[in-house]
Write a protein that binds this ligand. Structure first.
Ligand SMILES: [Zn+2]
Ligand SMILES: [Zn+2]
Length: 354
């Protein structure tokens, strides 16, 4: 008889030795749903039985190897994973077995650098990203760092919590970075997985929201979620339309097109702020220096949000202040789901059910 020293599972059913996950083997090739071995937990990690994981545009960029810093195949994407903690690795005190947690893009940070120490952990140079620099939520289980998961309150549906874990916290933070105050005019460029939530957070902050997109059904959704004005950029010039309203105090660029960033810039009033959020594969944008100086324009980049921000996002949702538009699909649809997102055929967010 052998005696095994297993990690702490508090009597829960032991996780299997392998599980299903969607794997990127090669950039720009279809993902395959494989049996993968369960990871060995490192100090500070927990094993999470994934219930839901949203499909973010970043996962698609990861699978394509679009960005200057690339993940290394084979890898499992997914940074909107939500599930139950089933096992604790060495030294974990932050969560317990049975807790429901969200596993965000900021999967790990050092906790002690200048950025971590000043509440700017998303700028940590030692950060690791879920579904990018280590395996993510597109699987039945995932290993995550206990210190960087965020507990999901019982009042939040796990299938809503998944999109909130990236799309929600990213746009919530972008509105904070924009500095929206009551009566500000806020232009949200791109009404998709991110934009539909940005509209709601801008409205919660007191802003009057203009939704800009190229699909009428998305603009209709924007209006239902609180946009006071809508502009179809395929039918009219959003710069002219927004300047007719007096110009935007803040514009939030969420569409993955450099042209939309330029239009967002042009829609600002004097003293306005443009927030860069989306990451188009085409990494160049052309903005004028003269007008930026004379009009006192501020341009800011905003990357996801902290654990604190995500906690606030969950709290707002639990209080019934936000609505998540999503459709649930099996993980096996991963490739067609990616094609649907790329073609703009998805209302807001696809959430995989594990
Ligand atoms: Zn994301
Ligand atoms: Zn750090």
């Amino acid at each position: 008889m052998s005696v095994r020293t297993t990690p702490q599972t508090d009597g829960a059913i032991a996780p299997p030795t392998s599980y299903r996950a969607a794997v990127v083997h090669k950039f720009r090739s279809p993902l395959t749903v494989d049996q993968v071995p369960r990871p060995v937990l490192m100090p500070g990690q927990v094993l999470v039985k994934v219930e839901a994981c949203g499909l973010c545009h970043t996962d698609i960029h990861a699978a394509h190897g679009d960005w200057p810093v690339k993940p290394s195949p084979p890898f499992i994407p997914g940074h909107e994973g939500v599930g139950l903690v089933v096992e604790l690795g060495p030294g974990v005190t932050e969560v317990a077995v049975g807790d429901r947690v969200g596993m965000p893009w900021l999967g790990y940070a050092c906790g002690s650098c200048e950025y971590c120490g000043s509440g700017r952990e998303t700028l940590c140079l030692a950060q690791k990203n879920m579904g990018y620099s280590f395996d993510g939520g597109f699987g039945e289980y995932a290993a995550a760092y206990a210190r960087y998961v965020v507990k999901v309150p019982a009042t939040v549906d796990p299938f809503d919590a998944a999109p909130l874990t990236c799309a929600g916290v990213t746009t919530y933070k972008a509105v904070k970075v924009a500095g929206t105050r009551s009566s500000d005019l806020v232009a949200v460029f791109g009404v998709g997985g991110l934009g539909h939530l940005a509209i709601q957070y801008a409205a919660i902050a007191g802003g009057r929201v203009i939704a800009v997109d190229i699909h009428d059904e998305k603009l209709e959704l924007g209006r239902e979620l609180g946009a006071e004005f809508t502009v179809n950029a395929s039918k009219e010039d959003p710069i002219e339309a927004i300047q007719r309203l007096g110009g935007a105090d803040q514009a939030i660029a969420l569409a993955v097109s450099p042209r939309a960033f330029e239009q967002a810039y042009g829609s600002l009033r004097r003293g306005g702020t443009l927030v860069f959020v989306a990451l188009p594969a085409d990494n160049e944008v052309t903005l004028p220096i003269f007008e930026t100086v004379l009009n006192g324009i501020t341009i800011k980049g905003s990357i996801v949000g902290t654990r604190g921000d995500l906690g606030e996002v969950f709290e707002l949702h639990g209080a019934g202040r936000t609505k998540v538009i999503r459709e649930t699909r099996p993980l096996e649809t991963v490739n067609e789901s990616i094609a649907d997102v790329e073609a703009g055929r998805v209302a807001a967010r696809i959430v995989f059910e594990l």
